[in-house]
Design a protein. Structure first.
Length: 418
């Protein structure tokens, strides 16, 4: 039996890869305008990096990570997200000493052992943006603004921005108590996970995927009403800066994001077109993470974009081949093939997009392939043509045909097709 790919881990075939390339190129273009530099981080890390950063009692760490011992018995994990690795790299290479390196983006595959569903897979792809050592609320607003500019550039429809504040340790501690008190009152109705996490990490009930817990969440106290003065002021400032950029937003006190490390402003870009999994991208501030991972005590913020979901939202024609000319060289007979082969290379080096047939098929078969490849022009080289010292050029769109002398053929083709 033929071997198939692992469930939830997919190939990306050439007929859709144009969309991926479009998303990647728009990300590179927009982010670099905002002063971001690309960083490439490993796919495999020590398990400890994720259990410490994401939080031991999160769904990701408890249930979803691909973790295994390598041949030396060291516990490794396929990265379930990128932020922890970027922070680890920043610490490891002492980038805080290099003021030119503060704003990063990275893109690539992540791995979580979730139930595969439309737009959500076990190998999925993210674009991540991280900013370090900047805690001005203006930076939060700019990061959010850049996310929206990026989605706008890709013409993603009906995007709404949801905002929340996760406070700081000062306001979180008393809030945790009032949430724990509430959960104590409804403990019998909680799912078994939430019963267990009620004491260790009560905030996690906000992203529990069990329906009955969702109903309890609606009545739970929210952190937004328990912010300390400083966090309140900070959140107001982020909102003011967003106002100055004419960015509309909805305050969503129930949005807590699935990771433990967030604080203060968090956000999601939502579209109703995705159904229940409605966030295209989201993120927030995570000021304590760098210190927690053994680095300097520097603030940080950022976001992640789910590429699969983004691609579902792209227009069908997005990333399609550009309207430039594509030439197919159809050779009939061995002599013509011998002459055509170096000609094709020469035309490619001259800047044209050129394909040929290597298998000595009939003209009809070659024309069919040219059509499939969406060639705009076909150059026919046959024995008749060679004898006359010409090649026949067919314009596929106009359905016209002309003879071009072999002498000076390259120049003639460049003049017509470039
Ligand atoms: Zn606070
Ligand atoms: Zn639950």
């Amino acid at each position: 039996m033929a071997i198939r790919a692992i469930k939830g881990i997919n190939d990306i075939l050439p007929d859709v890869v144009g969309k991926w390339q479009l998303v990647e190129s728009v990300a590179r273009r927009i982010f670099s305008k905002f002063g971001y530099q690309e960083i490439r981080i490993p796919i495999l890390e020590k398990t400890e990096l994720f259990s410490r950063s994401i939080g031991e009692s999160t769904d990701i760490v408890e249930k979803e990570m691909y973790t295994f011992p390598d041949r030396n018995g060291q516990l490794l994990t396929l990265r379930p997200e990128a932020t922890a690795s970027v922070v680890r790299a920043f610490i490891q290479h002492k980038l805080h000493l290099q003021p030119a390196m503060r704003k990063f983006y990275t893109m690539g595959p992540m791995f979580r052992h979730e139930r595969p569903q439309k737009g959500r897979y076990r190998q999925f792809h993210q674009i991540n943006v991280e900013v370090f050592a900047m805690d001005d609320p203006m930076v939060d607003a700019e990061v959010i603004y850049m996310l929206l500019v990026f989605l706008e550039e890709l013409k993603i429809p009906r995007i709404k921005l949801h905002l929340n504040s996760m406070g700081c340790p000062d306001c979180r501690l008393p809030f945790r108590q009032s949430l724990a008190d509430y959960l104590e009152g409804v403990r019998d109705k909680l799912c078994s996970d939430c019963q267990r996490r009620r004491l260790s990490n009560p905030l996690r009930i906000f992203d529990c995927k069990v329906d009955s817990c969702g109903k309890l969440v609606d009545k739970a106290p929210v952190l937004l009403n328990h912010l300390c003065r400083e966090c309140e002021k900070n959140f107001q400032s982020v909102k003011d800066h967003l106002d100055s950029l004419a960015v509309a937003y909805t305050i969503d006190p129930f949005m807590v994001r699935g990771l433990d490390y967030y604080n203060r402003t968090t956000f999601e870009a939502i579209t109703p077109l995705l159904g229940a999994q409605d966030a295209v991208g989201g993120g927030g501030r995570y000021d304590g993470l760098m210190k927690m991972l053994g680095g300097p005590d520097l603030p940080a913020t950022g976001f992640a974009i789910g590429m699969e979901r983004l691609i579902l939202l792209l227009d069908d024609k997005a990333g399609a081949l550009k309207d430039s000319n594509r030439l197919f060289v159809a050779c009939l007979g061995e002599e013509a093939k011998k002459k055509g082969f170096p000609l094709v290379q020469q035309l490619r080096l001259s800047g044209l997009t050129v394909e040929m047939d290597y298998e000595s098929k009939s003209l009809k078969a070659q024309m069919r392939r040219a059509d499939k490849l969406e060639a705009t022009h076909v150059l026919i080289l046959g024995d008749d043509e060679l004898a006359k010292g010409v090649a026949t050029m067919r314009n596929m769109e106009a359905s016209t045909q002309e003879e071009i002398p072999l002498e000076g053929l390259v120049e003639q083709l460049l003049r017509r097709l470039q």
